[in-house]
Design a protein around this ligand. Structure first.
Ligand code: FAD
Length: 312
């Protein structure tokens, strides 16, 4: 049976939940599942894989695509070429995928979020799921995939028998680039991903001096203040308050966006909020396409009105 080689995503002793997606797509592809991981103790259901190959090396060695490529070459010389090399669409997974595609001259499809078995087509989305691209490998042999988190995990299941476990004893470690350390995100008192009500401000507030007034409104609303990227880039709010693709993904009960245009990088981080209310002076602002309620008005006037009402 042809096989798919899955590169495990492991971080600081944790077998990441998103590994279920790389396994799930294998179930759809109907391939023997061969998991490649560092030989360290991780808590996960090993019975979901046909074979587990444990490389006797440190976990951080897997953070360098040069090292993974060397380990894969050993796997291939032992069991032949896989039909697929599958990684998570994380920063390290995508880095390794494109590196190996270049090194081994293999096709790669990144950020796969769907698969049509009948047509053997992989889907990936663009512009916050507004359009989908369809891809297929036009050459025989191995294809590399990175898989979007949350796309395939419902397809996983246990195998009838326990996995075969193999070991790779000698791993050569590249000196060209070495892992130094993990740097923790700066701790703040507030985690915007846990807030039930976010008041999010954008460039439309005009300048930093307006922040205290929006903080005050957030206090009256029992909301937490967050912002779009320009507000963070200008240092009006700390980085931990940024909503969007390069910030946090949030899903509060209420998301009140004031002076935010609705660029797709922002929308991607808040579109699943239960109730989105947008205030913008431009009736054509894209945010109104996602808002459940919209107010076309000057945000400062709306802020002052709300403050007057709430302050009693
Ligand atoms: C790789 C990459 C990653 C990115 N990641 C993120 C991210 O994580 N989060 C993010 O937010 N952006 C991100 N961006 C930036 C994104 O493309 C937009 O530039 C950004 O979201 C725009 O922020 P904004 O809506 O606050 O500003 P603008 O687009 O400038 O919009 C300001 C809005 O305020 C309105 N306005 C102005 N004055 C008033 C007023 N007095 N009353 C009412 N309305 C008013 C205007 O009509 C306008 O719609 C990213 C971009 C790139 C390239």
């Amino acid at each position: 049976m042809s096989y798919a080689l899955i590169i495990a995503e492991v971080r600081r002793g944790v077998f990441e939940e998103r590994n279920l997606d790389t396994l799930g797509i294998c179930a759809l592809l109907g391939k023997e599942t061969v998991l490649l991981m560092p030989d360290k103790p991780y808590t996960f259901n090993e019975n979901m894989y046909d074979t587990i190959i444990k490389a006797k090396t440190e976990e951080e060695v897997f953070l360098n695509p040069l090292n993974i490529a060397g380990i894969i070459e050993q796997v291939i010389s032992a069991r032949g070429k896989p039909d697929f090399i599958i990684l998570t669409h994380s920063s390290s997974g995508s880095e390794s995928a494109v590196y190996m595609a270049g090194l081994f001259s293999l096709p790669v499809v990144t950020d796969v979020s769907g698969y049509d078995k009948e047509r053997n087509i992989f889907f990936k989305s663009y512009y916050s799921d507004k359009i989908f691209g369809e891809f297929k490998s036009s050459q025989e042999g191995t294809c590399i995939l990175t898989v979007r988190s949350g796309s395939f995990k419902e397809f996983v299941g246990e195998k009838a028998s326990a996995p075969k476990v193999e070991f790779i004893e000698n791993v050569s470690v590249s000196e060209a680039r070495t892992f130094v350390e993990y740097v923790e995100e700066e701790k703040t008192d507030i985690d915007i991903t846990k807030a039930e009500f976010l008041l999010s401000v954008g460039r439309g507030i005009g300048n930093k001096d307006e922040i205290p007034d929006y903080e005050a409104l957030a206090g009256l609303l029992k909301a937490v203040l967050s912002g779009s990227r320009p507000v963070i880039d200008k240092l009006w709010l700390p980085k931990a308050r940024q909503v969007g693709t390069s910030g946090k993904t949030v899903k509060p009960k209420v998301y009140l966006a004031m002076g935010i245009s609705g660029a797709f990088q922002h929308i991607a981080g808040m579109k699943d909020s239960d109730c989105i209310i947008a205030v913008n002076k431009d009736a054509e602002a894209p945010i109104f396409q996602y808002a459940h309620f919209g107010i076309v008005a000057d945000i400062h006037k709306v802020r002052d009105k709300l403050k007057n009402i709430l302050a009693g």
